[in-house]
Design a protein. Sequence first.
Length: 181
Amino acid sequence: MEERLEQIEKDLQKSLPEAKRIIGLLNEYAELHPSSYIPSDYFFLLNNAVNQVAFELLPYKVENNQLSVYLLKRQDDDPFYASTWHFPGGIQRYNQTKEESLNNVFSELGLEIQPIDVLDTVVSTTKNRRRGPCNHILIASDMSGLQPKNGTWFSVNDLPDQFLDEHVPFVEILSANVSAS
């Protein structure tokens, strides 16, 4: 094992100039196309090397002492989480500001940015296909009286069977922070 570790360290050292060249190209790409994301293959490759940051919106409302959350369903052909229900959210892209990330999340619901409360950060080490570890920043937004689009309201006591496993702790954190009375 010690020999293999030494070999890996040597190989990494040899590949460092090429890695620096690729990072330089990605930076140049971002400068030349400031409104565009870096190519997805590189984005996901980098995400397997370093933690991603994802903004997870936890839209909620309380009616009749019952806490409900608004969930979206992924397409059947989604390469990561096909046909699963999940909270709206997104990975912060290369050179994307926090405000741009939040705007993308809210626009997925057809809404302007709403008031939010940052509840917690959850670190996920799950590696699902091309996705690597992630720091999920949980943001709650009371959407009572609003009509978001593209999803469905669910009681926290009656979530759908295909609810994304990674998001179960998010419901627990939201429930601990929002009073249903």
